[in-house]
Design a protein around this ligand. Structure first.
Ligand SMILES: *Cc1c(COP(=O)(O)O)cnc(C)c1O
Length: 458
């Protein structure tokens, strides 16, 4: 085995043999070393190699052994969520890389083709890099921070810019391909703290990545513990975005610093902060292991809340019953469903995309099956340049079929929660494909968005 053991694990008294597990990770180079993969047809293995040459791939033993049902491959949702599939690249891109690999082209030639292909896959959707990076009063850019919505600052700690495994649909995939320039991260807690100190209307800090839960607890402490000073009383909520409950629940159970992590959460809660673990889930199967349930229990025992979000994806979770079952399971475990997203227009979008009308139907049919406590997930929501746009529904109004829409979050807070309408389009999969209804020239926010923000795009 050459798989690297990046995160050595320790033992805690309560851990059972199942709960203590070395973290063994596999990337593209190790595909042939995964026993279950070796049993797949040669053609499928080659396709995986081709796709993972262009798109990031990383998986670990827990995902392979506990989450994927190999008897249902390739349709298994967790297999689709983590392993590359031929159709994730366009036929032209696929053919180009396949040709290079078949004739064993040299590395420089492959790298050049891959760089061009990645560039064509819209690596930075919604102007993420250009539009949201704030400045200090002296004009310095605060790297590693995005501040798009008034109340909430996003922080990308440099130690948290990878994940325990990668999602095949990840909208932040460009961060994982090793191009340092593309990474949104900072080494410095100072910039974060200086910025938060002066931004008095910020109530929420959202630590994100990658996955901040890949960080050692002592790094997390360095970022978060200072927020207990009264200079940061206005920051009442600390959210931590993570997929560790899916990809590595041992992070909260039996890693060497699991107990230290939970004790940090406990201290933040005791000091009066609202701590929310923003867990990324796509399918109820991710919650269906003993160690995941144990991790949920341990997090909740600290007084932290767990809220969940995730995109709706063809091949993975485009069935209302799967969403209903996932939300019900979450509520039973004491978790609050929070957002259902529409998959963004980046990377393998063409493979995962679901028409907006279908997304709304799935949301509605799922919500109709569950009690009110499981209907707290809002959506389906598009995180677009101007804001988070919810597809409220399809309706016939004054003889026209329209989408009713609203901003759940907006660059200008005043845009939020105003209904607006787009012409019905059964094929549309993203906001930029929608046209205003009722003969309007543009949507109510477009002129202001253009004038105040898109001038900054380059
Ligand atoms: C979703 C999001 C937030 C958080 O919005 P809430 O509605 O408060 O959950 C903050 N910043 C960005 C850039 C986001 O996309």
């Amino acid at each position: 085995m050459t798989a690297t053991n990046l995160f050595p694990t320790g033992e805690v008294d309560s851990a059972t043999a199942e709960q203590v597990r070395p973290f063994r990770v596999y990337t593209q180079r190790d595909l042939d070393r995964i026993t279950a993969v070796r049993h797949l047809p040669a053609e499928q293995r080659f396709a995986m190699k081709v796709v993972s040459t262009a798109l990031p791939f990383r998986v670990n033993d827990y995902v392979i052994e506990r989450l994927i049902d190999w008897s249902r491959v390739p349709d298994d949702p967790i297999f689709q969520l983590t392993f590359p599939q031929a159709e994730m690249l366009s036929p032209a891109h696929y053919a180009e890389i396949a040709r290079l690999l078949r004739r064993e082209a040299d590395k420089a030639e492959i790298d050049a083709a891959v760089a061009r292909i990645r560039h064509e896959l819209n690596p930075h959707p919604a102007g993420q890099r250009e539009l949201n990076i704030p400045r200090l009063p002296n004009g310095d850019l605060v790297t590693g921070i995005q501040h798009k919505y008034r109340e909430t600052v996003l922080f990308f700690p440099s130690q948290g810019q990878t994940c325990h495994a990668y999602c095949s649909f990840c909208f932040r995939w460009a961060q994982f391909i090793g191009d340092k320039e593309l990474r949104m991260a900072t080494n410095e807690a100072q910039g974060l703290h200086a910025y938060l100190r002066q931004q008095r209307c910020v109530t929420d800090l959202l630590v994100t990545g990658g996955d901040p839960m890949v960080m050692r607890t002592r790094h997390m402490e360095a970022y978060l513990e200072p927020l207990l000073h009264r200079d940061f009383d206005h920051v009442q909520t600390i959210r931590i975005g993570t997929k560790a409950l899916t990809f590595w629940p041992y992070r909260f159970v039996s890693d060497a610093d699991s107990d230290a992590l939970l004790s940090l959460l406990e201290r933040l809660v005791a000091a009066g902060k609202h701590v929310a673990v923003m867990a990324h889930f796509n399918h109820w199967r991710e919650l269906d292991t003993e160690v995941c349930e144990r991790a949920v229990e341990r997090i909740r025992a600290t007084g932290a809340q767990i809220r969940t979000q995730g995109p709706l994806l063809a091949h993975i979770n485009d069935e209302p019953d799967d969403w209903a079952r996932m939300w019900r399971t979450q509520v039973r475990l004491g978790i609050v469903p929070y957002y259902m997203f529409v998959e963004r227009d980046t990377g393998a979008h063409h493979y995962f995309k679901v028409p907006l009308v279908r997304a709304w139907e799935i949301y509605r049919e799922a919500a109709q099956q569950v009690s009110g406590l499981a209907r707290t997930a809002r959506g389906p929501s598009m995180s677009a340049g101007p804001g988070k746009v919810e597809i409220t529904g399809v309706a016939d109004v004054a003889g026209e079929t329209v989408f009713a829409l609203r901003f759940l979050q907006a660059r200008n807070p005043d845009w939020a929660n105003r209904p607006f309408f787009a012409k019905f389009d059964p094929q549309a999969t993203w906001l930029d494909e929608l046209k205003p209804a009722f003969g309007e020239q543009e949507f109510f926010f477009e002129e202001e968005y253009r004038e105040r923000w898109t001038g900054l795009l380059h």
